[in-house]
Design a protein around this ligand. Structure first.
Ligand code: RIB
Length: 303
């Protein structure tokens, strides 16, 4: 399945400052780390670049600061051929920055200073012609009122809407009917549905209150899809991870690309699982495998 309409990702663009370390420090502890590196990141940009790499026809809407890292980010996105017509540069703001430690198993901790990401406004959403897009994805590294306005407008325009609820916060029930797919990890689903004792209870509560589909990402255990038909588990592909930063974003961006390429949710999930597994084998949030490698992985192993 393929059509003329673009995928739209509305979301954050951060510069990731990453220290590779044997282990993640305890609170109050200093750990002598290893190599430092700086990469383009941010949940929105990571999703957009995954969708662009694996489908191509993708637009990105974000807020950057008018600083050197913001200018570098914009020319990086343009250099990758991304549609940046909806990227705004905010005067006097700094570009989002993420401080990240990655341990020997590829696991991470992340703190984000969102800067210009928070300046993207509901008015900026009202300025978008959502009718141009088949799918619209959001995360929670922008102001929540902006994300909610975007979800409502995208849904009204007929887009398939996707929310990655990270960083997690409780979600008001009134927004749930505007979400076709919500993609939390197993920690986030309990944070957005406080009071629920299990992933299953939280997923069912989201569906009862209007969400179309819940996909809980489970790391090396794959993911679980919940909808009105019940629960289905999808295992993932076996790899040796070196860096899991951006793997969840890769999953979402690739899922959107998979919807456009294959049309059905099961194949799209397998495609996204293969792309996300391959991402973890490389360092850097946007170190994505090319389409051919993702398709090969799907052929080689069939979870
Ligand atoms: O999901 C990974 C991303 O979270 C990183 O790229 C970082 O920028 C933060 O937004």
């Amino acid at each position: 399945m393929n059509d003329e309409k673009q995928i739209l990702i509305v979301g954050s663009a951060n510069v990731d400052m990453v220290v590779k370390s044997e282990r993640i420090p305890e609170r109050g502890e200093t750990v002598l780390g290893g190599v430092f590196s700086q990469h383009q990141g941010g949940k929105g940009a990571n999703q957009a670049m995954a969708a662009k790499t694996l489908f191509n026809n993708t637009a990105f809407c974000a807020g950057l600061g008018d600083d050197n890292i913001g200018r570098e980010y914009l020319s990086y996105l343009k250099g990758k051929g991304a549609d940046v017509s909806l990227v705004k540069v905010f005067k006097g703001a700094h570009t989002g920055v993420a401080l990240i430690t990655v341990d020997r198993d590829g696991k991470n901790i992340i703190t984000v200073a969102p800067g210009a990401n928070m300046l993207l406004s509901p008015d900026d959403m009202r300025a978008i012609d959502f009718g141009k897009f088949s799918h619209a994805a959001f995360q929670l590294e922008n102001a929540v009122e902006t994300v909610f306005e975007g979800l409502k407008l995208a849904k009204a325009a007929g887009c398939v809407t996707v929310l990655t609820p990270a960083p997690a916060r409780p979600l008001d029930d009134s927004i749930l009917k505007f979400i076709d797919y919500i993609i939390p990890n197993e920690i986030e689903i309990l944070q957005i549905r406080q009071g629920c004792a299990s992933m299953e209870e939280a997923a069912n509560s989201l569906i009862e209150n209007g969400v179309g589909n819940v996909i809980v990402t489970l790391g090396e255990r794959g993911c679980a899809l919940f909808n009105k038909n019940g629960k289905k588990h999808y295992p993932t592909y076996r790899v040796t991870p070196v860096d899991t930063v951006g793997a969840g974003d890769c999953f979402t961006g690739a899922l959107l690309a998979g919807f456009k390429r294959f049309g059905d949710i099961g194949t799209a999930i397998k495609f996204a699982s293969a792309a996300a597994a391959l991402k973890t084998t490389k360092f850097g949030a946007q170190s994505y495998a090319e389409l051919g490698d993702v398709l090969n992985m799907m052929e080689r192993e069939r979870p």
